[in-house]
Design a protein around this ligand. Structure first.
Ligand SMILES: Nc1ncnc2c1ncn2[C@@H]1O[C@H](COP(=O)(O)OP(=O)(O)OP(=O)(O)O)[C@@H](O)[C@H]1O
Length: 246
């Protein structure tokens, strides 16, 4: 689905991504962990076209997308969630989902059925984010976690192949975090999506039970199951100067 080859990104004299390489297989859930400032968000910015790299190559579904503008990359099927929920607070939950559903229909050339074709998919998305009973409620009245889940469902509505989530559990309670892990797993199992998540919360990473990618100083230094990497000396040293990862 995605391959990053030797990506270099510098800000002034500082090299933030230092020949970073990674690849994501289609239909996989992947989680990037790494200490503050190691370049995780910068990587998302390069992958999605918000930043141009100084070196390297990004391949998405076999196409070279290096340096393409963000709107082109989004149109090719890569979508991203920021930490702060990007929802329309004055619209209802259902309306928030109908907007991206209609946009997807428009892209697919279904102009005559822009809204009428949304019904089945709307029900599935409301179920995914657990908000069927609040479909007509204004989004401004939702709890923080509910807004995050709604936005993930909105990403699904545009029918992207690759979904990038930047710290989706930030500010969530433990039950909300567990529910978010379940939702992200369903993106793969029920909808066949490829997912790449940045996350600091190790209980969430464990709950996701996915492929873990460890970043350190702008590179990928380890990959594998959480149970395999959590006792790695370099990974432990990267966190809190030696405290265990979990
Ligand atoms: N636009 C920018 N201009 C200059 N420096 C930047 C810019 N964006 C990021 N940086 C720097 O690049 C480094 C990596 O930042 P980045 O946000 O990618 O790290 P991160 O791993 O996502 O951190 P965190 O876990 O705290 O979110 C930091 O030193 C940051 O200050």
């Amino acid at each position: 689905m995605l391959e990053a080859r030797s990506i270099i990104k510098r800000f002034g004299g500082i090299t933030v991504l230092n020949e970073l390489s990674l690849s994501l297989s289609t239909g996989s859930v992947n989680c990037i962990i790494g200490p503050n400032g190691c370049g995780k968000t910068t990587l998302f910015n390069v992958l999605t076209g918000a930043l141009k790299p100084e070196g390297g190559q990004v391949l998405f579904k076999g196409n070279d997308i290096t340096g393409l503008p963000a709107w082109r990359i989004a149109g090719l099927g890569m979508t991203r969630k920021f930490q702060i929920p990007g929802v329309y607070p004055e619209l209802s939950v259902a309306e928030n989902l109908i907007v991206p559903l209609a946009a997807a229909n428009r892209r697919a050339g279904l102009m005559a059925t822009l809204f009428s074709k949304c019904d089945d998919r709307l029900a599935a998305l409301l179920d995914l984010c657990g908000l069927t009973h609040k479909a007509e409620q204004a989004v401004s009245t939702l709890a923080h976690g509910e807004k995050q889940w709604l936005e993930i469902a909105m990403l699904l509505a545009v029918d992207a192949d690759l979904i990038l989530l930047d710290e989706p559990t930030a500010g969530m309670s433990v039950p909300e975090t567990l529910k978010t892990a379940e939702l992200v797993r369903r993106l793969r199992t029920e909808f066949g999506k490829t997912v790449l998540v940045i996350e600091h919360d190790m209980s969430f990473v464990r709950e996701l039970d996915c492929h873990v990618i460890v970043m350190l100083r702008g590179r990928v230094v380890r990959e594998g199951r959480l149970e395999d990497i959590q006792n790695d000396p370099e990974v432990i040293a990267a966190y809190l100067g030696g405290a265990a990862v979990c």
